[in-house]
Write a protein that binds this ligand. Structure first.
Ligand code: PAF
Length: 282
């Protein structure tokens, strides 16, 4: 595996590729990321990953400074999974000046849920992903980029961005990798105390319960069911931002008969200082 740190070296490394398959990460990798890399191998003619902790998507009070940077362990895992090129730029390489031009996603999709609780988050994500796409795919007629289902809204926002800018990139969303107890793998799980790690699975269980009750009771019952789910989780010691059921296509609240609607239950809640998100399509 070639490790490159500059845009020029990345472009040189990819010069022979007609269809790169790309996995963008912030490092501190877990099996969920490696699943994406594994899948990427079959989808392009060169497998590329990036590791870059993107300051633009962190609010000032969030964990940008303490976000784990584990480059050598990450590189070893990527190599063992068959990644061919790792792009690990320094901040000055991707942001040589303050990034004043930004990609502003549609507020209807990006200012709700995660975007409501983390204002500016998706502008930061879209801006860096657009830069990374430029770095990996510029001059290529085709490419594939893989994102995890755990960041449900993120993969949807990126899909819309790619469509609206007519980028010749296929977006593939891969299933969430879970621990044996059902907790969605996340780089932030490492922040959990032993006690909170045991409790953490309650978020995905709450979403399962909410999905079941939604199918049983219909759209009219949703506001009450969502409020109950949130209160029940908070009663266990969580501070919940949202537990909600939305349409998969646009993340708006479903209306009318639910039988034919493709839905997703989404949740975000804090356990101690650790904020976890999860979702369940149903
Ligand atoms: O999901 C992530 O790790 C990040 O949001 C991404 C897509 C790498 C952009 O920084």
């Amino acid at each position: 595996m070639l490790i490159v740190h500059t845009l020029a070296d990345l472009r040189a490394a990819l010069s022979g590729s007609h269809k790169p398959a790309f996995v963008a990460t912030m490092g501190n990798l877990h099996q969920g990321h490696l699943d994406l890399v594994q899948q990427a191998r079959a989808l392009g003619d060169m497998t590329v990953a990036s590791i870059f902790v993107n300051r633009l998507q962190f609010a000032p009070h969030e964990d940008f400074d303490s976000y784990p940077r584990t480059l050598s362990e990450d590189a070893a895992q990527l190599k063992a999974t068959g990644c061919q090129v790792l792009f690990a730029p320094a901040e000055a390489e991707l942001y040589p000046q303050a990034q004043t031009f930004k990609v502003l996603p549609d507020p209807a999709l990006a200012d709700i849920l995660e975007g409501h609780f983390r204002p500016g988050f998706f502008t930061g994500v879209c801006t860096v992903v657009m830069k990374l796409f430029q770095a990996v795919f510029a001059g290529k007629a085709a490419g594939v980029a893989l994102f995890g289902m755990k960041d449900y809204q993120q993969q949807l926002v990126i899909r819309h961005m790619v469509r609206q800018f007519a980028l010749p990139i296929e977006i593939v969303t891969a299933a969430t990798r879970r621990a044996d107890d059902g907790l969605a793998l996340s780089s932030r799980n490492g922040y959990l105390s032993a006690e909170h790690r045991i409790e953490a699975v309650a978020l995905s269980r709450a979403l399962q319960q909410l999905a079941l009750q939604t199918r049983q009771n219909g759209a009219e019952a949703l506001p009450a069911l969502e409020a109950q789910a949130l209160q029940a989780l908070n009663a266990r010691g969580w501070q919940s931002d949202y537990l909600t059921v939305r349409r998969r296509t646009d993340l708006l609240a479903p209306e009318g008969a639910l039988a034919d609607q493709a839905l997703v239950a989404l949740g975000a809640a804090r356990l101690g200082k650790t904020r976890l998100i999860d979702n369940l399509e149903f």
